[in-house]
Design a protein around this ligand. Structure first.
Ligand code: NAD
Length: 338
């Protein structure tokens, strides 16, 4: 049983903890939390051992009735692998802590690619992380694009990908984020940083991206155009490729799912924890082929799509299973593609 420590118990950390708990071959050794707030109370109520990320705040945890299991230093020493889900940039600052204890670690997409030997996506490059001590699970957008592009790249080859990313302004708990009433080019420079991030997974891929930010907390939406190297045998051939992928969900026309709001409603009706959607959601009607040019639109739930990837990254780093075995077990235990 691999003991997993989660350092940083926020949007991503708490979801990864619950996903790890659902696995038969790993256990949550504990979670390191910085603030003694409602999320910390939730962690304790979920029976996670809580460690103080900041020893100076330990008294605050005791005051709200949380018995600490130790400090983050203890958590790193006692764990077989750490998932660092701290805010962007803090992961890099934490790396020396993991090195000091010789504990392998998984970082998140808010870190620079240089934080780890490998930028990881379970579908595209699982094997590259098998000999690594440190891996970075790429961002929600890069995860969504990597999953989408991998089968196209393998089957037809890609001459060039062009993607416009309509990005959610913030997560539901990010009360200070925006825009509140605007559509903002973000970044205004073209191409955006997302293309180079995809190239950390597919170094040879020609991809340009454009980013915008809009006032929603629901999901990101990507408008994608891929010029394929080889012409598919009709649009149904492409649809079949997508259908064969476990983390690509094609939304059927009959469902009446016309936006990210209805998608989230669907996920909540389906009983998904926190309304999470771990899969890319591709609108079936949008899949259009003009010669070698493929067009479509997909929605990405930013809070959720990287969660199964973190579970798979744990298996890659610790050698528990190979890529297909790990993805299949993660899917089965979380309820993906059922
Ligand atoms: P978050 O702010 O929701 O959670 C981070 C948690 O870490 C908070 O609980 C915070 O109190 C805690 N923290 C802060 N400093 C810490 C420290 N020094 N030690 C331990 N804990 C500390 O952030 P998030 O949205 O979960 O993002 C975490 C990482 O995941 C970032 O790299 C981010 O870019 C990436 N990511 C976020 C999303 C998303 O949409 N939220 C999607 C994919 C990847």
């Amino acid at each position: 049983m691999i003991r997993v420590g989660i350092n940083g118990y926020g949007t991503i950390g708490k979801r990864v903890a619950d996903a790890v708990r659902a696995q038969p071959d790993m256990t949550v050794h504990g979670v390191a939390k910085r603030s003694p707030d409602y999320v910390a109370v939730g962690a304790a109520e979920a029976d996670y051992a809580v460690y103080a990320a900041d020893a100076d705040r330990a008294d605050g945890f005791r005051e709200i009735g949380i018995d600490l299991a130790g400090t983050v230093d203890d958590l790193v020493a006692e764990s077989d692998v750490i998932v660092d889900a701290t805010p962007s940039g803090i992961g890099a600052e934490n790396r020396p802590l993991y090195e000091r204890h010789d504990t392998p670690a998984i970082f998140q997409g808010g870190e620079d690619a240089t934080v780890a030997e490998v930028s990881f996506n379970a579908r595209a490059n699982f094997a590259e992380a098998e000999d690594a001590d440190y891996a970075r699970v790429v961002s929600c957008n890069t995860t969504g694009l990597s999953r989408f592009l991998a089968p196209l790249h393998e089957t037809y080859g890609i001459d060039k990908a062009r993607v416009t990313l309509v990005r959610r302004g913030g997560d539901p708990d990010q009360t200070g984020r925006g825009p509140i009433n605007d559509t903002v080019p973000d970044p205004v420079s073209i191409p955006s940083h997302h293309g180079p991030d995809v190239q950390t997974v597919f170094p040879e891929l020609d991809i340009d991206t454009i980013g915008l930010k809009v006032p929603t907390t629901m999901m990101h939406v990507h408008a994608v155009n891929v010029s394929l190297a080889e012409e598919p045998d009709g649009v149904d051939d492409v649809r079949d490729q997508f259908r064969a992928e476990d983390r690509l969900l094609t939304i059927p026309e009959y469902a009446g799912i016309d936006g990210a709001g209805t998608l989230k409603d669907f996920a909540m009706d389906a009983g998904r924890p926190r309304g999470d959607i771990w899969e890319n959601c591709i609108w079936g009607e949008s899949i259009t082929l003009q010669g070698r040019d493929l067009y479509c639109m997909q929605a990405i739930h930013q809070e959720a799509d990287v969660v199964p990837e973190n579970v798979d990254a744990i298996r890659a780093l610790t050698g528990l299973l190979d890529g297909p075995e790990s993805r299949s077990l993660t899917n089965e235990t979380l309820g993906i593609d059922l």
